[in-house]
Design a protein around this ligand. Structure first.
Ligand code: SF4
Length: 179
């Protein structure tokens, strides 16, 4: 990662995030300057008239029912192409402009977040104690609780990176390859 893209050293980011979580109401937050690369939200593709829609899957935990719904929506409104991101989210590709309204209406109906808060963009969570034999702590529910708190208490324009990890291996730290 170049210094231009990430002007805050990893150890500084940890300190900043600790401060946000510990005392968000008193904090004067110096936003981390790395730009938003989440791909969440509605964005134009290189192809004229085509869009992709990035959905937040908080902590990367979803259900078979929701995955089937997303597959159906991708086929109904686009070409069926779907991608997952390295931040545990999902992107529906090749949505023509005339289909965006119908797609977003369906996403609203099923409760998918396509215009997520800064904290939803920021948070990822490793597997944690439910399925990882190395884990010392639960992560997925805590990621949800943390998000609820941050959404209600902290307003940021730039999203930091928040990794909820279940042990010192830090698999959800995007600075390193994920387990
Ligand atoms: S950081 Fe990695 S090894 Fe540790 S609990 Fe999470 S998934 Fe398991």
């Amino acid at each position: 990662m170049s210094a231009k893209r990430n002007e805050t050293a990893p150890q500084d980011r940890v300190l900043e995030i600790t401060r946000v979580y510990a005392a968000p109401r008193k904090l004067v937050y110096e936003a981390i300057t790395e730009r938003d690369r989440s791909h969440l939200g509605i964005h134009g593709q290189h192809e004229p008239g085509q869009y992709y829609v990035g959905l937040s899957i908080l902590g990367g935990r979803t259900s078979g029912t929701d995955l089937n719904r997303l597959a159906d929506l991708a086929e109904e409104h686009g070409t069926g192409r779907v991608r997952t991101t390295n931040t545990q989210n999902v992107i529906l590709l090749d949505i023509p402009e005339r289909k965006l309204e119908g797609l977003t209406r369906d996403l609203d109906r099923y409760g998918f977040e396509y215009q997520p808060s800064w904290s939803r963009k920021a948070i990822i969570a490793c597997t944690g104690i439910q399925f990882c034999k190395l884990a010392l702590a639960e992560t997925k529910n805590r990621a949800g609780e943390l998000n609820d708190y941050l959404e209600s208490a902290v307003d940021l324009e730039d999203a930091p990176r928040i990794s909820v990890t279940g042990c010192p291996n830090a698999s959800s730290d995007r600075t390193y390859p994920s387990a």
